[in-house]
Design a protein around this ligand. Structure first.
Ligand SMILES: Cc1ncc(COP(=O)(O)O)c(C=O)c1O
Length: 498
């Protein structure tokens, strides 16, 4: 991860809580607070801390208090002291999580396993059957053609373009490339636009599949934490753009995975102005755009308040700046097994992307695209059913968490499929290891960062039925209690499996 290599005493002091409010001796409060900044991803591993003398002066502590705090961090395995060069933060051994998490490697789980490792759901009953029946009727119109369609079939490109235009982003079909899902879309864009060593700004936390893709193309991630209020930290994003001049920014403004945050208009404008200034191409992943859970509109076509008045949606990023590249997908609102997504960009870039994709898969399945086109024709009512179902599940999960794990702080997601939980102590990785043995699969917060931080966080999707969510939370509460305060509260101990 690319980040500043040192932090000054004043900058560090600005991130620290009021040490007088923390329990125990003052040196312990300081070491715990610095450890929390590291494990929560607010200060990156490898960063050099200010000298003990400078920090003591800014915090108005005695020098011996700062020295004892640094000593404690060293004993906890979180600080390396190099003679003549300074003190550097580091993660304790064993904290890195690598490879795709969740169930990607697990094909034959027993029926009792509760899988909350992926934010995705089965399709709604009947939806695909109906779309496939209609698609079969269209098939004969296509089988006279050779069937290789690297851009995607025109009916689907036209329908996707119309949906953008309806959302206020004027779009022609030649601006759409149909892909095998959003992950494929991102991979193609990275292949076209990223050179090894280029920087890519992302949110922190962000979707692990994007981090994997950026790294596999040799990109360097500049991860910018959300602000404490769960919104973009616009100033931090602007600074990251202006200071590192990244080639790309990968953002999930409409219901971030994992936090569920929806980013407002002002921040979108601010960010896009900064991106223009730094010459950065912004990729907006809108995979969750149809899962707006702010209120359910029983009449069908979008979020609305209890009187049926539509709730304002922030402007699409591409409506603010036509240079934004948008990614969409049917995986979340309809079904991941369909493998249909798309890219919206300028026609010239679409042609170059089509050439690249033809080299690897020649084009997507025509039959699947026909099914997708038919399903999209019903998208408003399908998405309304999805939202109604998800609101019930979200509320059930949040109420179970409140009842059984009141010290945890789940986000209240405006949309999407998961809540991002702040645990009362670091230890998400040992918790997920223990839960795996007890039949609950979860992804620890560290998968949503590049460097093993975010150990105090856990993503919990609410894709399962409420009764299964209740069982999963019951097992989480038991496992968290069994891990015990000693292991989870000491920063270094947090990462030792129970
Ligand atoms: C933000 C985001 N983008 C892309 C994907 C991958 O989606 P697809 O199935 O369309 O490839 C996911 C899956 O979880 C996601 O959360």
């Amino acid at each position: 991860m690319d980040s500043p290599r040192s932090i000054g005493a004043r900058a560090l002091a600005a991130l620290l809580p009021d040490l007088g409010q923390l329990p125990g001796p003052r040196y312990r409060a300081l070491s715990t607070a610095v450890a929390t900044l590291l494990l929560d991803g607010r200060v990156a591993p490898g960063v050099r801390l200010p000298s003990e003398r400078d920090l003591a002066a800014v915090l108005q502590l005695s020098r011996s208090t700062a020295t004892a705090a640094y000593q404690q961090l060293t004993e906890d395995g979180l600080l390396v002291r190099r003679r003549g060069s300074g003190s550097y933060l580091r993660l304790p051994v064993g904290s890195r999580v690598s490879g795709p998490g969740g169930r990607l490697n697990r094909q034959d789980e027993g029926v009792n396993v509760l899988d909350l490792s992926i934010a995705a759901m089965p399709t709604l009953p009947g939806v695909l059957e109906a779309a496939a029946t209609r698609a079969l009727r269209q098939l004969s119109q296509h089988t006279g053609d050779i069937g290789y369609q690297p851009y995607g079939i025109s009916a689907l490109r036209e329908r996707v373009a119309r949906r953008y235009t309806d959302r206020g982003v004027c779009t022609d079909a030649d601006q759409i490339l149909v892909t095998n899902g959003a992950q494929h879309a991102l991979d193609l864009l990275l292949r076209l636009q990223l050179h090894p060593g280029d920087r890519v700004v992302t949110e922190l936390p962000t979707y692990p599949g994007a981090l994997d893709a950026i790294r596999s193309h040799g990109g360097r991630v500049v991860a910018v934490p959300f602000g404490p209020d769960g919104r973009w930290d616009a100033a931090a994003l602007r600074n990251a753009l202006l200071q590192t001049s990244p080639r790309l920014a990968f953002l999930i403004p409409d219901f971030n995975n994992p936090t569920g945050a929806l980013i407002g208009d002002d921040q979108r404008h601010e960010l896009l102005a900064a991106a223009r200034g730094s010459g950065t191409t912004v990729i907006a992943d809108e995979s969750f755009i149809d899962l707006d859970l702010r209120e359910h509109n029983p009449r069908g076509s979008g979020a609305a308040d209890s009187t049926g008045t539509p709730i304002e949606r922030p402007m699409p990023m591409a409506a603010i700046d036509d240079g934004v590249v948008s990614i969409g997908s049917l995986s979340k609102p309809i079904w991941g097994g369909l493998r249909i997504g798309w890219i919206r960009t300028d026609p010239d870039t679409v042609s170059r992307l089509a050439m690249i994709r033809a080299r690897s898969d020649m084009g997507g399945s025509v039959l699947d695209q026909l099914v997708a086109d038919e399903a999209l024709a019903d998208m408003d009512s399908i998405a309304a059913r999805r939202r109604a179902e998800l609101i019930v599940k979200r509320d059930a999960l949040l109420s179970e968490l409140g009842a059984r794990l009141p010290a945890w702080q789940p986000s209240y997601p405006a949309g999407g499929l998961s809540t991002w939980v702040t645990l009362d102590a670091p230890g998400a990785t040992p918790l997920t290891h223990l839960l795996e043995q007890r039949g609950v699969l979860l992804t620890p917060g560290s998968r949503f960062a590049v460097d093993g931080t975010l150990e105090r966080y856990l993503r919990i999707p609410f894709a399962l039925p409420p009764a299964q969510l209740a069982t999963a939370v019951e097992r989480m509460a038991q496992a968290w209690a069994d891990l015990g305060p000693r292991q989870v509260r000491r920063p270094s101990g947090a990462l030792v499996p129970a």
